[in-house]
Design a protein around this ligand. Structure first.
Ligand SMILES: Nc1ncnc2c1ncn2[C@@H]1O[C@H](COP(=O)(O)OP(=O)(O)OP(=O)(O)O)[C@@H](O)[C@H]1O
Ligand SMILES: [Mg+2]
Length: 260
């Protein structure tokens, strides 16, 4: 039904963690596409479902290579591996140079990912840090929902504020639609700075939505860093993740994209 992309403006606020958390809790069939142009993290973070390691050579690079001849949505499924916890993942690039070398292939990849989303397998994209004119712009533009992950500190909020107007103007598609865009604030749940951060970001005058909060929870985050955890569902991160996922699933079920 949908393509959701997680990204950050600067720093490492927890975009990969939030993407993996969302996929783990997603209510429908889902595929994680590790599309961070700086190089993927998922293959080194998550063990394979059989207890071995994920094959880092499989995944995005072979897809981008074949995309020169066009790409079918089923090819994404064929390139996916099952990670511990059951999530299907397409591993990312092993070197950042690969993203630019395959620059012409991103539109075909974006089209195939969007078709897969429309065909019933939702796609959660780890889009990494977004700089101006990123090579994977087509994938961002095809997304139904963009989740900008932000920490609740001044620096992170400032960088996100600079990024949001760019997202609003650069992701308009030929049909006049653009992704629904919102912020997901990661921070110390007790301080309440997350609400202030979300308010500041929504006040950029754009249609920026509030997709919720995730607490700072190192034990919960380690679940998505490959650590074995006895009861992951009891961590504060996973418990808060359920609310965020309900919000995102609601966004996907409503109007996917907004007219600009
Ligand atoms: N909610 C959280 N609470 C505590 N630690 C977290 C949380 N989210 C992420 N982390 C930790 O912060 C570090 C960075 O997280 P992550 O890799 O998800 O960030 P990122 O935004 O994807 O970074 P990068 O820009 O490097 O891709 C990791 O060590 C992760 O375990
Ligand atoms: Mg990341």
């Amino acid at each position: 039904m949908a393509l959701l992309s997680f990204l950050s403006a600067k720093g490492s606020p927890g975009a990969t963690t939030a993407a993996l958390l969302t996929a783990a809790l997603w209510p429908r069939d889902v595929l994680v596409l590790d599309a961070d142009p700086a190089g993927g993290d998922v293959a080194s973070r998550l063990p394979a479902a059989d207890g071995g390691i994920l094959d880092a050579e499989r995944g995005l690079l072979p897809l981008l290579t074949s995309a020169r001849r066009g790409l079918q949505p089923q090819q994404l499924l064929a390139e996916a591996q099952r990670a511990a916890g059951g999530t299907a993942v397409v591993c990312g690039l092993t070197r950042p140079q690969q993203a630019g070398a395959a620059a012409g292939s991103w539109p075909a990849l974006a089209g195939a990912a969007a078709q897969l989303g429309a065909a019933g397998t939702d796609v959660v994209v780890d889009a990494g840090r977004v700089t101006t004119e990123p090579v994977h712009l087509p994938l961002l533009r095809e997304s139904d929902v963009l989740v900008l992950v932000v920490r609740d500190d001044v620096t992170s909020v400032l960088h996100a504020r600079r990024c949001l107007p760019w997202l609003a103007t650069s992701l308009r598609r030929a049909d006049g639609l653009q992704p629904r865009t919102g912020v997901l604030v990661v921070g110390d749940a007790r301080r309440g700075d997350g609400d202030e951060a979300a308010e500041l970001l929504r006040g950029t005058g754009r249609e920026v939505e509030d997709f919720g909060r995730l607490p700072l929870d190192p034990a919960g985050a380690r679940v998505f860093d490959g650590a074995r955890t006895a009861r992951p569902e009891r961590t504060a991160l996973v418990r808060a993740g359920r609310g965020v996922v309900a919000t995102l699933a609601g966004a996907v079920a409503g109007e996917h994209r907004r007219a600009s």
